[in-house]
Write a protein that binds this ligand. Structure first.
Ligand SMILES: Cc1ncc(COP(=O)(O)OP(=O)(O)O)c(N)n1
Ligand SMILES: Cc1nc(C(=O)O)sc1CCOP(=O)(O)O
Ligand SMILES: [Mg+2]
Length: 214
């Protein structure tokens, strides 16, 4: 089945509200299927322990579930893997490939996102040539990204106040209890890891988050 074109991916990105990052796991297929059934819009494989070949195999599993649920497949860090996997999204941090270099590898039919951790980085990402969305965080210090200082909800407030033309997501320490604070600070889209990966019922956890986001 042919993949989505850039216009179709950008439309889905615009509509996306709940973005999940997950490591590979023994129950990857059923876990991702449950999260997507609960309303996750984008799934990223974020697992630095995998060799390229293992990453590609895990991405195939996620891609099949995403296609069935009409969700987007995201690759972390590596443009070559994104291309090989036929991903819809590549996510780049401040220390990863520059966006124009990734764009040379991927062309225009893959959307590229950027991580930001300060007002200056967020405003650069909001206007940076070639990227399609950005994330701001961490909203709270998080064991998922140890050592990363948290700019907190002030960064979410400042970003919301600047009304970026690009879609943007809040990330870091977000769970169902904290979600109302994140939304009150002005975010309309969120990225989560543990709130779904550590849930005993990932479908229920995703649905509970999504209910606040639509
Ligand atoms: C959707 C999304 N947002 C932020 C990140 C973090 O990216 P980065 O800062 O490059 O850190 P690593 O995830 O690579 O450790 C992300 N992966 N996805
Ligand atoms: C992967 C990542 N990037 C961040 C950033 O601020 O860019 S915070 C983060 C981890 C988010 O995990 P959890 O939802 O478990 O707190
Ligand atoms: Mg990265």
């Amino acid at each position: 089945m042919p993949g989505l074109n850039g216009e179709q991916i950008r439309k889905r990105l615009d509509d996306a509200r709940l973005y999940l990052c997950t490591a590979s796991r023994p129950d990857l297929a059923s876990f991702v299927d449950a999260a997507l059934a609960g309303g996750v819009d984008i799934v990223q494989l974020r697992d630095k322990s995998l060799e390229a070949r293992e990453e590609l195999a895990a991405l195939e599993i996620i891609a099949e579930a995403c296609a069935r649920h009409g969700a987007l497949l995201s690759v972390n860090d590596r443009a070559d893997i994104a291309l090989a996997a036929g991903a819809d999204v590549l996510h780049l941090g401040q220390d990863d490939l520059p966006v124009p270099a990734a764009r040379r590898i991927l062309g225009d039919d893959v959307v590229i996102g950027r991580s930001t951790h300060s007002v200056a980085q967020a405003s650069a990402a909001a206007s940076e040539d070639g990227s399609d969305y950005f994330c701001t965080g961490p909203c709270w210090p998080t064991p998922t990204k140890p050592g990363r200082p948290a700019p907190g909800l002030d960064l979410v407030r400042a970003t919301a106040a600047s009304a970026p033309a690009r879609p943007w997501f809040a990330i870091g320490g977000i769970d169902l209890d904290r979600l109302p604070e994140v939304l009150a600070a002005g975010a309309t889209r969120v990225v989560v890891v543990r709130a779904i990966t550590e849930a005993s019922d990932p479908e229920f956890a995703a649905r509970a988050l999504k209910t606040h986001l639509v």
